[in-house]
Structure formats: C-alpha cells, structure tokens
Design a protein around this ligand. Structure first.
Ligand SMILES: Cc1cc2nc3c(=O)[nH]c(=O)nc-3n(C[C@H](O)[C@H](O)[C@H](O)COP(=O)(O)OP(=O)(O)OC[C@H]3O[C@@H](n4cnc5c(N)ncnc54)[C@H](O)[C@@H]3O)c2cc1C
Ligand SMILES: *[C@@H]1O[C@H](CO)[C@@H](O)[C@H](O)[C@H]1NC(C)=O
Ligand SMILES: *[C@@H]1O[C@H](CO)[C@@H](O)[C@H](O)[C@H]1NC(C)=O
Ligand SMILES: *[C@@H]1O[C@H](CO)[C@@H](O)[C@H](O)[C@H]1NC(C)=O
Ligand SMILES: *[C@@H]1O[C@H](CO)[C@@H](O)[C@H](O)[C@H]1NC(C)=O
Ligand SMILES: *[C@@H]1O[C@H](CO)[C@@H](O)[C@H](O)[C@H]1NC(C)=O
Length: 503
C-alpha cells in the first residue's frame, strides 16, 4: 500500500527535484508488530488548529488504541492566528495589547477551562468606561452606566427583551457542550438541533423587530455592537451573530495575551510544529493526502485537518474536493493601535459641552439619512499604559475601521500621537442570513474546522468545531469507543465531562 502511494507521488512530483525521502512514507518494518501511527496534518495554528492538536493528544492519552503522529503547519512565524499581541512603543517594557481577538465570555467553556488548567490569569478586558454611540449627523452620548438615560431613550422593554433573547440564544448554544449532543458533518444539522436556524435565517434587525424590540434600540445600540464585533450592520448580519455580539456576560481576556492558550494547546499536544511553512497544495492519493509546502518538502498524511479559512489559505487542489467548499468572503478590517496622552477632541464629534468620549461605537443610521459612512467602526481607550512614557501617563487606543486612517486624521482626532501600529486582517466572514454552510468533511479524511465560522466566528467556537472534527476523525479511524463519553476518567473542576477534554 505504501509502495503504491509512493509510486504515484513519484509520478506526480517528477518536476520536484528536491525531495529524496518522504516523511511518513516509512519502509515497512518487519521487526515491529506495532501498527503504524495514524498521521494527521493540521493546517493552521490559530484557535482551531492548536486546539485540534490538543484534542487529538488528549484522545491519544486516553486510549492505547489511538496512536497518532501530529504535525502542524503554520504560514506565520507564531502560534495564535487571528489571536496575537503587540507591544506599545514596540517595547516589552509595556503590557502587550491584543491586535486581533480580544475577549471571550463565561459561556465559552473551552477557553475558560483551558485558562484554568494551564494556570493562566483572566482579566477584565481593557476598556475605559464612558461610552458614546455615534451616528453620523446625530450624536447622542451617555456613559454605559447611565441606565436612566438609556431607559429614557429606548424604553426598558427593548433593553430587557434584547437581554432575554440573548440569554435564550445562549441557553441553546450551551447545549453544544452537552455530551449527549450529536457530532455533526453538516453545520446546518447542529444549527437545527440547537434550534438556532430561526436566528441564522434572518437578519438581526428583522428578528429583533419581530420580537418587539424597538427600531431605535436596534439601529443604535445593537448596531453599535454588531459593527464593533463584526463590522456589519443589523440589516445585513444574521441574528445569531447579532445576538452573539450582545452576549458580554463575564467578558475576559488572558493577561499577557489570549494566544497563550493556543500556544499551550500546541505545546501540550507534543505535535511537531512547522512555523513559517505555508501549505501550497493538497492532493488526494489513493488513501492518503500529499501536502506540498513552501519549504519544498512534500509530506504524506492519513488525515488532514484544515484549520484556516480555505479561500484565504491559497492552497491549490489539483482535484476538486468531493464536496467543494463554496467561496466565503471575509471582512477586510483595519486595526489601528496608538498611544496618546490626551482624550479625543470634542470638536471631532461636534460636541459642545460634553467631555470627550473614550469609547465610541458607530451606527449606519446617518448613512440611511444620506450622510457619509462613519470614518471608523469603533474606538476604544484600552486603559492607561502600564508605565509612563517619557514621563507622561499615556493611553492605548484601539480603532477598527474599514479604510486605513492616516496619520493626519489621527492627529486631528487625538492631537499628539506617540506610537501607531497598523494591521489589516481578513477578520471574520461576511455573515448574511443563511441556512446552508460549508462542508465539515469536504473529502475523505479531510476535515474543515472553519466550516463553523459562517455560523459563529469566535475563538471559542473554533475550538468547539475542532473538537467535533477530531471526534469525526477518531470515530472514522479507530473504534467508536475511543470517543465514548460514558467511560470518561477525567472531568473539569466543576465535575463536568466535556468533549475534547474528557471524551
Ligand atoms: C480584529 C479582530 C477582533 C476579533 N475579536 C474577537 C473577540 O474579541 N473574541 C473572539 O472570540 N473572536 C474575535 N475575533 C475572531 C477570532 O479571531 C476568530 O474567529 C478565530 O481566532 C479564528 O481562529 P481560527 O484558528 O479558525 O483561524 P485563524 O486564527 O485565522 O488561524 C488560521 C491560521 O492558519 C494559517 N494559515 C492560513 N493558510 C495557511 C496555509 N496555506 N498554510 C499554513 N498555514 C496557513 C494562518 O496563518 C493562521 O495562523 C476577532 C478577529 C479579529 C481579526
Ligand atoms: C498526556 O499524558 C502525559 C502523561 O500523563 C501528560 O504529561 C501530558 O500533558 C498529557 N497530554 C495531554 C494533551 O493532556
Ligand atoms: C443534556 O441533554 C439531555 C438531553 O436533552 C438533558 O436531559 C440534560 O439535562 C442535558 N444536560 C445538561 C448538563 O445540560
Ligand atoms: C425553538 O424555537 C421556537 C421559536 O422560537 C420555539 O417556539 C420552540 O419552542 C423552540 N424549541 C425548543 C426545543 O426550544
Ligand atoms: C494569496 O493569493 C492571492 C492571489 O494570488 C494574493 O493576492 C495573496 O497575497 C495571497 N495571500 C497570501 C497570504 O499569500
Ligand atoms: C455646560 O457645562 C457646564 C459645566 O459643566 C454647566 O454648568 C452648564 O449647565 C452646561 N450647559 C449646557 C447647555 O448643558
């Protein structure tokens, strides 16, 4: 069998003069009675790929039968993907700031348990209170704690109703962690099982309006959140992600950077990691997958876990997958971090007698009335810098925008700016209402973790999706018993048996 696939490799790669021996294509060792370990490639070392490696290693620890060789391929030189930090003034003298994914919530049980088990400290995420919603042409300000003014503007009903609908969504979402919930090969199936398709199938605005939430609350408050979290407006983004944007109970970050969870996942998995190594192509041979990479080495694997958005991965596939992955556009987001010792200028916000805001969300409300698009989606003061800079107390500010904001604009809004860091991300999928999703198993022994992103796109849900992918893989290769939750011997500190962790 090995000989067979090797021959096809040689035929396929005659133009590649670099390789001599293919890793994984070991000559059969007659002296060893041991079965060959199942070789798994993981493409991408973000939340999805790093957790996949960890779930595989946990399964291997649980069961003698599960013998694996895991290799992780990552195009960048770091682990974490869209979760990574930078240091203000490019100096480790200061606390790092999240450049991508920054917060997770109590309902995000995998990340919470990981932080606990790995001894990482959770902190309330950066952010100085003093909020302001900002619809171009119409400015209305209040601090987030200013309940009376919120109630006066929107009515208590809209506020509590939105909270109740968010809690109801979360209750269904939390069933994902129930060990009796089935694994899925189609995200539409699990969506229906969780009774969430009614939310993915309509816009946030349509859903909330149908539930009696006032229009003003939707287009001002909720839209401020959907724009800050997903850079999409309430009349475009589906209601599941809309409500995910409203779920903020117990918001936390890992002190020093969320990426540490993903770093630990990889380290504890014992997987072989190839950083700065882009997977270039994926070719199905008779029983295996052939990966070619930017380091010139081809590799053979029994199973592949694709843990990056396929159409952003630039991976070519000489043969179409059995079930092709449909194109998935992503939001192209500009993140600008800066330091300054001042607060924003009130004049920019046309504020006469209000102190300048330090948290600003935006709405598209003004656009509906013929105004220009807001120049940014959200602006957040992250808190004071952990040490003075040149003797002055400074703040770190985070700006999300759809266009680049230039130095001149920054000076006009903040006055003196002492450090600027710009990063462009393909941040999250564009999330219109839908009832169909990318395939979880596009081809034999190929698992696609980011099939979950058009349903919900967060760090946590990528670890949930990878746990599902790993369970499908294990059940396919080994005995079904290796993923049975009845025989779990470990559990969380709360006594809960959790998929991925314990079964
Ligand atoms: C600015 C921003 C803010 C966000 N805020 C939050 C938040 O507060 N909370 C939250 O939960 N989520 C947030 N998100 C979303 C969250 O970051 C993602 O949902 C999640 O991190 C995705 O994880 P992933 O592993 O699926 O993908 P990624 O993190 O993108 O990982 C994929 C990895 O694959 C690598 N890769 C791609 N192609 C190849 C290839 N051909 N070969 C090898 N490697 C390859 C990439 O380099 C990358 O490291 C935010 C995202 C952004 C950009
Ligand atoms: C597997 O077990 C070993 C030995 O107990 C332990 O050191 C390692 O951390 C475990 N790996 C995982 C991923 O739990
Ligand atoms: C898990 O689901 C089962 C079946 O629906 C239910 O009886 C049980 O209460 C759920 N357990 C938890 C912890 O939610
Ligand atoms: C599913 O949602 C519908 C619509 O909100 C509701 O009527 C129904 O009771 C829900 N079913 C379950 C099992 O929660
Ligand atoms: C992927 O390919 C496209 C088109 O060839 C190119 O523009 C883009 O820069 C590539 N992305 C990466 C990260 O290599
Ligand atoms: C403006 O602010 C001052 C000082 O806080 C206050 O006395 C005054 O009443 C305010 N004027 C208006 C029109 O709100």
């Amino acid at each position: 069998m090995i000989g067979g696939s090797l021959t096809s490799v040689l035929v396929l790669l005659t133009s590649c003069h670099l390789f001599t021996v293919l890793p994984g294509a070991h000559a059969a060792d007659a002296s060893s009675k041991q079965r060959k370990p199942h070789r798994v490639a993981i493409i991408g070392a973000g939340a999805a790929g790093s957790s996949a490696a960890y779930w595989l290693a946990r399964a291997s620890n649980r069961s003698k039968e599960v013998e694996l060789e895991i290799e992780v391929f990552e195009r960048e030189g770091y682990i974490g993907g869209r979760s990574t930090v930078v240091f203000p003034h490019n100096s480790k003298a200061f606390q790092p700031v999240e450049l991508g994914a920054s917060i997770f919530v109590t309902a995000n049980k995998n990340l919470i348990r990981a932080a606990q088990e790995f001894g990482l400290t959770l902190t309330a995420p950066g952010g100085e209170l003093g909020g302001l919603e900002f619809g171009m042409g119409r400015v209305f300000g209040f601090s987030q704690a200013d309940d009376a003014r919120l109630v006066a503007r929107y009515g208590l009903d809209s506020i509590t109703r939105t909270q109740d609908l968010t809690q109801d969504m979360l209750n269904h979402y939390l069933e994902l962690y129930n060990t009796t919930t089935p694994d899925w090969k189609d995200v539409a199936r699990i969506s229906a099982f969780l009774n969430l398709t009614r939310l993915t199938s309509q816009t946030t605005e349509a859903y909330l309006r149908s539930q009696g939430v006032g229009e003003k609350y939707i287009v001002e408050m909720v839209e401020g959140d959907t724009r800050a979290n997903y850079a999409q407006n309430t009349d475009k983004i589906h209601a599941l992600e809309g409500l995910v944007s409203e779920a903020v109970t117990g918001a936390s970050s890992v002190a020093g950077g969320n990426f540490q969870i993903f770093h630990q996942f990889v380290q504890r998995s014992g997987a072989r990691v190839h950083l700065n190594t882009e997977v270039k192509s994926l070719t199905k041979l008779s029983k295996q997958w052939l990966l070619t990479t930017s380091n010139g080495t081809p590799y053979l694997f029994d199973s592949v876990i694709l843990a990056a958005p396929f159409h952003l991965s630039n991976i070519t596939t000489p043969h179409a997958f059995h079930t092709p992955i449909p194109p998935q556009p992503y939001i192209h987001l500009h993140v600008t971090l800066l330091t300054t010792s001042s607060t924003p200028k009130s004049s920019y916000f046309h504020l006469k007698n209000t102190s300048a805001p330090v948290t600003v969300l935006t709405t598209s409300e003004g656009v509906t009335h013929g105004g220009p698009n807001p120049e940014f989606n959200s602006l957040t003061y992250q808190g004071p810098l952990s040490a003075p800079f040149r003797g002055r107390e400074e703040h770190v500010v985070k700006l999300f925008s759809e266009q680049e904001v230039g130095d001149e604009w920054l000076r006009s809004v903040f006055g003196e700016v002492t450090w600027v860091y710009r990063k462009q991300w393909d941040s999250y999928p564009i999330l219109p209402p839908t009832t169909s999703f990318p395939p979880v198993v596009p081809d034999e022994n190929l698992y696609y973790v980011n099939s979950f992103e058009p349903f919900i796109s967060t760090m946590e849900t990528e670890t949930v999706s990878s746990s599902n992918a790993v369970r499908l893989l294990l059940a396919n290769v080994f005995d079904q018993r290796v993923i049975s939750c009845e025989v779990a011997t470990t559990r969380s500190t709360d006594g809960e048996i959790m998929k991925g962790w314990d079964c």
